[in-house]
Design a protein around this ligand. Sequence first.
Ligand code: GLP
Length: 244
Amino acid sequence: MNIYKASDYEDMGRIAAKIIAAEVVLKPDCVLGLATGSSPVSTYEHLIKWYEEGYLDFSKVKTVNLDEYVGLSEDNDQSYHYFMDTCLFSRINIDKNNTYIPDGVCKDAEAECDDYEKKIENLGGIDIQVLGIGQNGHIGFNEPGKSFVKRTHVVELTKSTIEANKRFFEDVSMVPTSAITMGIGTIMKARKIIMLVNGEGKADILARAFKGDITPEVPASILQLHPDVTIVADEAALSRMNEI
Ligand code: GLP
């Protein structure tokens, strides 16, 4: 596990974007696994800037996203489709046909999950997967539980996730209660993982994930078994890493 200490949120984004940019330069048709939430926004802003300045070309890049809320269509401004479009895709020269996000309004969710796994396999797997971490240790929407779920699946969101994510919605009653997420096995198969973590509020869960026991009660703890994980975090988020 590599740890980069960022001086602040902006710096965290710059460091993570450099790692992603290196991949895009070295492998122009790479498969990027992308995440939503507030953690990756500055990373995307740096990638957009370097694209605008002519340093990056996304025309052959493919992307797969971690998750999507069940029940939210692409044009719903709280959907992860909408987030990716406004925060990244519409601002770089990526071919939208090369971007994949689970369909939250599909008719058959089980079939959608199977298709999503196959899509990732057919793309040749994920080169770099970007991750945030939920307050409860979730990655993607793999919530704490009794076992690790391997493949892309439908998940009921926990109360704490609904509470944490209500900040993006008008009212807590509008937060979807389920989602489609890549599984733990899907994420673990990515060749490289970058986890972005900032703020004191994440210090405890970050330490439990990387210094505590490997347990499905802290889904991110499985990353201790991944051979190529890079944590990019600010000082506040790293503050408890030596305490456990
Ligand atoms: C959501 C997403 C996760 C993300 C997490 C943390 O629940 N499904 O992929 O990592 O929130 O979000 P934030 O980066 O806003 O703290």
